[in-house]
Design a binder for this molecule. Structure first.
Ligand SMILES: Nc1ncnc2c1ncn2[C@@H]1O[C@H](COP(=O)(O)OP(=O)(O)O)[C@@H](O)[C@H]1O
Ligand SMILES: [Mg+2]
Length: 458
């Protein structure tokens, strides 16, 4: 225990001794007490008082230390304070006060933590800036997007988009008085990559600055996927219309000619009717494929659940295409590993998948080669069906886009071969619905292998 300062010690002793010494001196001067007994009494009282004062001051010092420790956030043991009256009650009251304070602190900390947890749980990046546009708060998504160093920096070090900064400055300025103007803004901008992102920022001014200085909230919403889907839909409609327009224009042209100049030309009429039938057929194929695609898309989330014997599907497909293979002088070969487990799928849809793949292989195969279709188990719970041709192959840069609607390596050649450009898109959607995978390997000049992996039934 630290010693009591000497001056305080002497002063306390003097205060304690003063009344009894004064009493003894009065008794001595009035003659009631002789000199010796007075001196003895004074000495005795002095010894006892000094002892009591020392213990009293010790108790007070312990009390002071206890209160000090309470405010240091520690939980000290209550000392023994029996020598200083009332200090024990004071110490108990102080201990209760500090326990209450600590409980409140804990619940405030809890509130702050859950508020931050909620903000961090938001999927969109959120940034709060103060009056001078400095970042005062970010959530997890914002830190992922912008890196850690966000706090305390000016927003313009993170975003160089003048429209965004201008919108925020506008809102922060109106916060200084002119409350009639809007308190929110929406800004579209591009966040440079990689990957480059289309972003919509919703900026909102708070009614008044928050405790941490936040005055405006910026929520960023990534619209890249949405924009891409929009673009794809627009492209799709444009492509489909274009594909239909060409045969319609052809038909209209021939009808015109047959009504006019070729009205009495029998040979021309026969030839034109043949071409017209071909064009009509092309339109029918296109409409059939479009309808098929939309039908598959509509129930793509519902996974098929029937056990299908893949060799039956493949035999059916090969029987159907044998004639076409013969006319193109291409051999068709099927090999199915024994004990191949059944696949989980939809018979008709899987037929469409392999019809398209084998049809493509036959179309793009070189004459006098073989198209090989093979099925084998893959791992414990999948089966793989590969369709391999010895054709022209596909340059690698086309592979990632091959399953997009209307995407063709050579559009003129595809049309000439009777293709719609939708076959692989249909294949991809059906395989997706089956929770399977489509793998394309191709070597230009050598050939291509399209492999479909499907879940096996147990
Ligand atoms: N086996 C293959 N060999 C070479 N190219 C192929 C093969 N299969 C598909 N392709 C290419 O992929 C494109 C898209 O195929 P697909 O969607 O079936 O359309 P389509 O057969 O109607 O042209 C084809 O136009 C062709 O360029
Ligand atoms: Mg095709």
């Amino acid at each position: 225990m630290e010693p009591v300062p000497l001056r305080r010690y002497l002063a306390a002793n003097a205060v304690a001794l003063a009344p009894s010494f004064a009493g003894l001196l009065i008794l001595y001067w009035s003659g009631y007490l002789a000199g010796r007994p007075t001196l003895f009494a004074m000495a005795g009282i002095a010894v006892v008082t000094v002892l009591l004062v020392q213990r009293y001051l010790g108790s007070l010092a312990r009390f002071a230390r206890f209160v000090g420790e309470l405010s240091d956030e520690r939980e000290p043991v209550m000392p023994r304070l029996s020598f200083a009256p009332a200090t024990e009650e004071l110490a108990t009251a102080a201990a209760q006060l500090s326990a209450g304070w600590r409980r409140q602190r804990a619940s405030i900390d809890n509130l702050a933590a859950s508020a931050q947890a909620i903000v961090d749980g938001l999927p969109d990046p959120l940034i709060a800036v103060d009056r001078s546009r400095r970042i005062v708060r970010t959530n997890l998504a914002a830190r992922d997007l912008l890196g850690r160093a966000g706090a305390e920096r000016d927003l313009s070090t993170m975003f160089r988009q003048p429209q965004l900064l201008a919108a925020i400055d506008g809102l922060l300025e109106t916060a200084d008085g002119n409350f009639t103007s809007a308190d929110q803004a929406v800004v579209d901008f591009m966040l440079p990559g990689p990957p480059e992102l289309d972003v919509v920022a919703h900026v909102r001014r708070l009614p008044r600055a928050a405790a941490d200085g936040s005055l405006a909230l910026i929520v960023l919403h990534d619209t890249t996927a949405l924009r891409r889907a929009e673009r794809m839909r627009a492209d799709f409609v444009a492509n489909a219309s274009h594909e239909l327009k060409t045969p319609i224009a052809g038909l209209a042209g021939f009808i015109e000619t047959l009504r006019g100049p070729a009205r009495d030309d029998t040979a021309a009429r026969e030839r034109f009717l043949g071409i017209m039938a071909e064009q009509a057929d092309r339109m029918r194929r296109l409409v059939d494929d479009l309808l098929m695609l939309s039908r598959i898309e509509q129930h793509e989330h519902a996974r098929p659940d029937t056990a299908i014997e893949i060799d039956r599907v493949l035999k059916g497909v090969l029987d159907l295409l044998q004639l076409k293979a013969g006319s193109r002088k291409v051999a068709l070969e099927l090999s199915v590993e024994p004990d191949l487990p059944a696949a989980v799928g939809d018979y008709d849809e899987l037929t469409i998948v392999f019809q398209n793949l084998v049809d493509n292989a036959l179309k793009y195969a070189k004459p006098n080669t073989t198209v090989r279709v093979s099925a084998r188990p893959m791992g414990r719970d999948r089966i793989a069906v590969a369709v391999a041709d010895e054709g022209d192959g596909i340059p690698a840069n086309h592979l990632p886009r091959l399953t997009e609607r209307f995407y063709r390596v050579d559009a003129a050649r595809s049309r000439q071969l009777g293709g719609t450009g939708l076959g692989l898109a249909i294949v991809k959607h059906i395989v997706n619905r089956h929770r399977g995978r489509l793998d394309i390997q191709s070597t230009p000049g050598k050939g291509s292998t399209f492999t479909v992996m499907l879940p096996a039934a147990d």
